[in-house]
Design a protein around this ligand. Sequence first.
Ligand code: HEM
Length: 592
Amino acid sequence: MKRNAKFKTMPATLESFGAALDFLSRFEPFSTTNLDTIARAVRRQILNGEHVVTYDGDRIIGYAGWLPTTQQSGDAWADDRGELEPADTDADAAALTTVAVEDPMITLGLMRACRDLNPGIRVFFKRAYGNRGRGARKASVLNTTGIAPAERVEKRKTTSTAPRPAIADDPCLFLYALAEQHPGETMRIPVGETSVVIVQDPALAARVLVGNLGNYTKNFASFTPFFGRSRLTLDGEAWRHSQRISQSFIAPHDTARALALVARIYDDFADALLATGGAPTVIDGLIDRAAVAALTEVAFSTPLDVLGASFAEDLRPIIRYAAARAWDLPGVPSGADSAMLAHAQSATDRIRAAMAALVEHRRTSGPENDALSALIAAADETQSGPEETRIDLAGELLTLVVAGSDTTSAALGWALSVLASAPDFQEQLRDEIRATLGDRVPSMADFDRIPSLRPFIDEILRVFPPVAILSRFAQAPDMIGNEAIVPGDRVLVSVIGLHQNPSAWDAPREFRIDRHDPNGEGRADRKSNFMAFSAGPRICGGARFAQIEMATALIKVLRKSRLELAEPLPFAFEWGASMRRRGGQKMKIIAL
Ligand code: HEM
């Protein structure tokens, strides 16, 4: 293959895949077309080198992907006489199927580069593409045939009345029901025109996440367009590189500092709860703010206010949109519509601008001993290196904010609502906190001295795991129990299924803190039965941080207030980056 100086092929890595999807998703029709189908087509284009990109600095400004085909099929397709047929072994032509450019002037260059990369064969470029709008045709085209072998692109039907499959409509409720009806079973569940494999058995979950880790890559295609590439979404060497940079800062490296910052933030949070004056209140927004503030203070040494008044709230529409599109499978009506997209896009613009200002400010004020400075330094160092080794600074920072706040916020919401619904236990925990601490500021060691504190947090994470599904893509054939896995299969480890498995947990539906040891002993025995933080190399990087934060928050709130239910709360879920209660965690907060 001949390489062009300005137009080049990206390496066959998942980073390139993420970068291509990130770029394409900014354009119509990609932003409103079934994401799974586009992801499959782009995946093939990246893996097989069937694409070309062009950059402005390190920013992609043009992308063209093609499908190897035959002249006969290409001719018929170009004349609208037939479908474009892929030809993997006897290709004597290529058809440009996926094109997006920031500037229409780039299109010609991309086509030339495509011809250079396919010497001696005909390259078809069809003017009438799936998106027939004049303006959009200039900037981006997506052809509706041959986008992926044997597949038709499904344009999202935002007004479709077809019911969504139960698993896509309410994944958490579906998984609780599955765990009850088929405990521990591995099952292939049809979804639209395809299927997903659900794993509920601890040994098989360990195979996917640890034993045969290399065969199961992360499946975050719907999140990368907004959150970019990061240690959460990358695999292989790129992940290891990224993981090494941030891990010591979010572990966290200076526990005393983290504890002091978190204590102050949750003091303010406890006051904000009290300010509701005992009126029935949905407290999710207040918890979100506190959890985002804890992350920005510890990882970026920056108060949340500096990032703007709407920063924490702006994360919600992005998470909601990305989560809805995660179930964009062929034949499944999308759960997202154009209003959701518009909302998510404007929130993303504000978030990205705030992040850019944060980085700019840090560059001027000089480095600090935190994750922000470590990531800026790593991004600068890798800037001139090959694409696959570059750190996506914005992606890493945003991922830390979301991974480091949404999950903890969800867990705290469940914890406070369970306390509100169990007044006797709430009183017991408050008494234990007072007896152990008096008015003293808690230290790390204190968390283990309050007998019910850690078991309560563990039981919350067992019964209401914020990350209820660990989603992976199979790369090669494998056997999961009796289920034959083929490349491209979506394999979902149901954390709900593991935590509700009666062979591991007695009466799994009952909320019982006596299952867990106060000081964490016996944790090793739980092995894969408890996977709230996942397992193996890709285990949560912030598990310790989360436990410090939850323990501190519970201590601060219970010392100052009594929680009461305003009304019975439904066993109903909202699926985002983590599992929340549908309708929010509503309660009354009474001053003590
Ligand atoms: C109760 C709170 C939390 C829960 C339940 C939780 C759960 C998880 C789970 C299950 C994963 C693995 C996802 C997968 O493999 O698909 C994960 C990954 C991750 N989490 Fe957490 N998390 C929590 C809090 C945090 C906090 C506070 C931080 C940061 C300070 C954080 C940072 C991360 C990062 C960076 C990863 C990616 C790890 C890697 O692949 O290198 N998490 N988390």
